[in-house]
Design a binder for this molecule. Sequence first.
Ligand code: GCB
Length: 889
Amino acid sequence: MSYFKQFLFFLCFLFAGAAFSQEKNLVTGRTRIGFNEHWSFSKDEKTWENIKLPHTWNAKDVMDDEPGYYRGFGWYKKELSTKPYRKGKEIFLCFEGANQETEVYVNGTLAAKHAGGYTGFNVPLHQLLKFDGDFKNEIVIKVTNRFNEDIAPLTADFTFFGGIYRKVDLLITEPIHFSLADHGAAGVYINTPLVSDEKGKVQVKSLLENASLKSKSIKLITTVYDQQGKAISSKSSRADLPSGGKITMVQDLPEVKQPHLWSPEHPYLYRVVSQILDAKDRTELDLISNSLGFRWFKFDAEKGFFLNGKPLKLVGASRHQDYEGLGNAVPESLQIRDVELIKQMGGNFLRVAHYPQDPVILQACDRLGILASVEIPVVNAITESPAFTKNCKNMLLEMIRQNFNHPSVVVWAYMNEVLLRPKFSGDKDRQHLYFEHIRELAQSLEDLTRKEDPLRYTMMAFHGDFDRYTKVGLTKIPMIVGWNLYQGWYGGELKGFGQFLDKHRKELPDKPVMVTEFGADADPRIRSFVPVRFDKSVEYALKFSQVYLNDILSRSFVSGAMVWNLADFNSETREETMPHINNKGLLTLGREPKDTYYLYQAYLLKQPFLKIASGNWTERTGMADSTNGMVSTQQIQVATNFSSAELFLNGKSLGIQFSKDHLCTWPVPFQAGWNQVRAVNPEQPGIEDVEEIRLNLLPYLITGSSDFAALHVLLGAERYFIDEQEHTLWIPDQAYRKGSWGYIGGAPFKGTNNRISYGSDKNILGTDRDPIYQTQQVGLSAYKMDVPDGTYELTLFFSELMGGPDKEALAYNLDNNHQKEIQEQRIFNVNVNGKSFLNNLNLGEDYGYATAVQKSLKINVVNGTGILLDFVPQKGKPVLNALSLRRIN
Ligand code: GCB
């Protein structure tokens, strides 16, 4: 028999043995089985569907045009046969997370309740299970994500997807086991009270339980293994476990000499195996294993962060847990990939924000050498109730104890922007009291954290209102102050960011600082050659990132900075170009890199890096540079960590450009059709990047041009829109030029919100192609297109951007100078080449406000007249949002 066959034979034997012994109840110790398949789910307890976990009921409804999403109850049920298990075993359901209130019923009796959507919990089932033969025990789980003023988060810029959205395990143990009743934690807590290059001290606290009717003498053996599987330190302790009792044992293990230190470059992990043995016959009663990393660290107010005695600038990202099409019910592999993407970006830090996430996240951080902070979801506001406080404290304990053993975690945090839009703004005295309650809650969470874990740091994240947080007294409380800063996005100017950091240094000289958030939205479908704040273009986000990264990297007192956000995420109430999505990710919701991700790589990676940043934009449209020109010149940017790069267009060099803040820029004369763009590093020509870019060349003069095929124009816009659904590129409009096309008269729509230089950020109903409708030329008298004779299909796109229900602005829009919109009536006609096309068009009244309206018409152009659209006002000013023209023959 070959070795392989022998091995297979052995495996079969092993499995058969396991199955056999399980049946015969010979297995001792613990067994953990996935319990995720074959669930029935219902929202009304009447109609049931088969599902598997993880599951959310909100994956789809958060994307529709109807405001809000289902925030109510959901029921899950499943049968459990106890046939394989001996009576006397302890059986638990271990939840990794269900949002947000959960009740577990066994055979109709309530077994446990849990409040809070982001931490795990263990539910003992055995007392309620029937162990006779074929009896099918029924497990019913009731979950709700309804608003509950006693459970954080109350409001936030993310979606509170409901359901059992993380995995559930069935855990079977002996009556004697590591405690499963300690805030969903494992019952074993590893500390490294002293670490140096020479030695590492390991102290392990274990909680043991004896649920049997007899007291028992046990042995607790804790062993540290290195990566070769060699036991390098071990401690064995005896104890008597009284019947029905719990004990805590603390073991100081023999010092580990010259430990391999854990760091981003060498995330060396040891394994700590904890075993409970029957002291008499040495039967194994329980065993669990945890990772261990030796590292020491310090946050310094003047010099920043130090890991293992060396300065280390922490740079990375925050992360939300949802994913395109899946809501928050995301397979573990995709979650782990997120941490890998931070590593591949050159990042070394993850702010697990705004709540604890799937256990695989911190496991991946440990393994990949990504440092982390974790926080409970007290976001924006608190409720001044004892129940809210109790739930916060409970979440905090769950977070700390469940994640205690991860070497990656260096910071615990517990409040985010809690003074963003403080309650009681109309009543100063009441507000004062509210502030006092916030301060008290913050102090009690701070005290609890320090007591629980004296070896890590504490942090709160504040928005950029320095004086408010100082005045309320919050900046004094945590060990690290985190600032969420958006100068040059929601308000102010880009240069305000560095100034703010310097203010912190000056006014809080003893407080270590992290930039817990910074970021600008980039809708990957929006591009611009004249980027401005809030246009949502990738180009503005690049500019923003350069300024912020420069300011962060040049200030040694800044311990770290985490971009908001690693990936786009769902925030149901948001509107803007991609409604329901916050576009501040460096990756899209489906984790495609945006140009900003490449820029971060250029800033952070140590290995050679070069990437055509604008390469994502492969389908372009451009007008020929001159009358008889055959090329259209457009900019291409290359992100690199070299000092220069050379660009080739269709094999011809366009020269070397020096990089400025990690970007090199060329004007590139694209030809019609396919263009090959190749960037190389002049010093290491092997390092290169190639993109194929297709240009739809529009003639400078369309009159008499046989090439003219189609035109898609956004009025009142300075941005391009890549329409991924229809593979068309929408280009900014121009004023009419003879022989070409363009608007005559009017001005770009500018709403009442000063943050936006043109267009509207309203969700346009009835379309996913919102940017087509969000900009507009107001008060135009005509639109002219000097197209050659032929047959055309013309489509006009309208949406009434003014008026409709007055909505509250998002809390994050800090300089929110939003004024109530004055709605004026607008009625107009559109004539095409002298013939009436649209009569008495009243967009708001006829179709609804902020609603997509499309009108099309076939036109025969003869005698060189081209196309002339006349906009004739009846009342108010006529408008046009976008226009598309296609030649038929
Ligand atoms: C913040 C919040 C975060 C938001 C972010 C934004 O300050 O902490 O939850 O998502 O701003 O994008 O506005």
